[in-house]
Design a protein around this ligand. Structure first.
Ligand code: FE
Length: 207
């Protein structure tokens, strides 16, 4: 078996995007890092979504979505609000002020430099994830701010974990992907990060 270094895989660059979907009436939003342009003519994009996300189900159901391209000014609150809770339990757009594109879906009017609307044409099953291929139906530039990269988010947006021992005998693990902290006697081997859905191996003991 060939050597596959996990760290080598982390060298791939990604952006961060808010993905807006709908169940037909209620809208949902989540944060994804995997949006790419597939073809220029016609304009097609791809997005891969973890099946643990409610958005994956909605994309298969209704097939329309918006991608808001997040910028470096996007505060951690946006990632928290849209990335770390499930739309199954909560209306994530409740109470906020959002803009609407021609397809009727919301997008982020701030901390976003472009919004791309698309319609799913193919959904390919890859086990844990579904790869959606979609045709772009509308695309507009919103600002000249720089798009945020996943690396920028990790270094400048995500709060730094506090490396200190918790009260009592409890130990603390932090998710290296999203910053979620797990406290307890142990970190179960089959533990799944409730925020980003990464497994126990992406956690590190901090105290
Ligand atoms: Fe996580």
């Amino acid at each position: 078996m060939a050597n596959i270094e996990k760290e080598a895989m982390f060298k791939i660059t990604y952006g961060l995007y808010m993905l807006t979907t709908t169940d037909g009436s209620k809208q949902n939003g989540c944060i994804v890092n995997t949006v790419s342009m597939l073809t220029d003519n016609p304009k097609r994009i791809v997005v891969f979504v973890n099946k643990a996300n409610y958005s994956e189900e909605l994309l298969r159901k209704t097939g329309i979505f918006n991608v808001s391209v997040l910028t470096e000014s996007a505060p951690f609150e946006i990632y928290k609000q849209f990335g770390f809770v499930s739309g199954r339990d909560k209306d994530k757009f409740e109470g906020g002020r959002y803009a609407t594109s021609e397809n009727g879906l919301y997008y982020l009017p701030e901390h976003t430099n472009a919004v791309i609307s698309a319609k799913v044409t193919d959904a390919l099953d890859y086990g844990t994830h579904t790869l959606f291929v979609a045709e772009v139906t509308e695309a507009k530039t919103l600002s000249t701010e720089k798009s945020v990269t996943y690396d920028y988010y990790q270094s400048n947006v995500k709060p730094k974990p506090q490396a200190q021992k918790a009260e009592g005998t409890k130990k603390k693990w932090v998710c290296k992907i999203c910053g979620y902290t797990h406290e307890g006697e142990e970190l179960p081997e089959d533990f799944i990060c409730p925020w980003c859905k990464h497994p126990a191996e992406d956690f590190e003991l901090i105290g």
